[in-house]
Design a protein around this ligand. Structure first.
Ligand code: NAP
Length: 257
């Protein structure tokens, strides 16, 4: 039997807030496959929780990185360039919109709310990938997390749907640009999972039950399943796949009624 082997690979995982974060499930899958890990956190508030989770993988750097700050992004890759030399995997698992932009009428989205959501949830993927690619001298794999609201209407998801549509376009554009360097760029479109940021979407528990009732597998997904799919997309087993949006949603996306 072939298993996923990422020994000798170095991965930067962004977006761990706590043990429920999809980024943490991905880190665990990459770590189990033998990858060396580095983590980033946003602001001092999260430093302790990310550091204590990262302790499971001794020696993993834990670095500050608020993606609204170019100097913090630069510092992460300068550190990794100095300490590791090369990078093989980038996990982008970051999204944010203001609470008031995740409920009510989409047409009332403010300019500031729009810019915030698009900057943090989509532009950051372009900016981090640009920096990571410079360290991917042996080729690499870049992965982001998206949601089906990029394609279809999910009430209350509002401007985050716009951000996910931009993010998915960026996956294709970056896959095109970085393909000649053997850097593959993909996304996982996850079904709803109860995490800190998901609970910020008004009516999120309704999304969970709707998915459970209508999905072909008649259940919600487990974070571990996102981790397993991520390990596949970051491994040589997926060497022919780039620019792809892989649904890990118990099949919900295929349903009409
Ligand atoms: P999460 O644990 O809350 O992770 C979101 C992460 O984004 C947090 O670590 C958050 O840090 C970080 N972040 C927000 N603003 C940032 C900034 N300015 N700089 C750096 N990091 C920032 O929730 P999650 O559900 O795992 O979300 C991860 C990704 O999966 C997101 O892209 C989300 O849209 C996507 N996704 C989630 C679901 C779901 O149902 N959970 C489904 C499909 C896709 P703070 O906590 O400090 O804000």
């Amino acid at each position: 039997m072939r298993t996923i082997d990422l020994s000798g690979k170095s991965a930067l995982v962004t977006g761990v807030a706590n043990h429920r974060s999809l980024a943490w499930a991905i880190a665990e899958a990459l770590g189990e496959a033998g990858s060396r890990l580095a983590f980033t956190y946003q602001g001092e508030r999260l430093k302790e929780s990310v550091t204590s989770l990262a302790a499971k993988y001794p020696g993993s750097p834990v670095l500050p990185c608020d993606v609204t700050k170019d100097d913090e992004m630069d510092a992460v890759f300068a550190y990794l360039g100095r300490e590791w030399g090369k990078l093989h995997v980038l996990i982008h698992s970051i999204a944010f919109a203001r609470k008031e932009d995740l409920e009510g009428e989409f047409r009332r989205t403010s300019r500031e709310g729009w810019n915030t959501a698009l900057e943090i949830s989509a532009y950051s993927f372009v900016a981090l990938t640009h920096r990571a690619a410079r360290l991917m001298a042996d080729g690499g794999s870049v992965l982001t997390l998206t949601y089906q609201a990029s394609q279809r209407v999910f009430p209350n998801y509002n401007v985050m749907g716009t951000a996910k549509a931009a993010l998915e376009h960026a996956v294709r554009q970056l896959a095109f640009e970085l393909g000649p360097q053997n850097i593959r760029v993909n996304a996982i479109s996850a079904g709803p999972v109860s995490t800190l940021s998901a609970r910020g979407v008004s009516g999120f528990t309704g999304m969970l039950s709707e998915n459970r009732e209508r999905a072909p597998l008649k259940r919600n997904i487990e974070p571990r399943e996102v981790g397993d799919a991520a390990a596949f997309l970051c491994s040589p087993s997926s060497s022919g796949i780039t620019g792809h949006i892989l649904y890990v949603d118990a099949g919900y996306n295929i349903m009409g009624i």
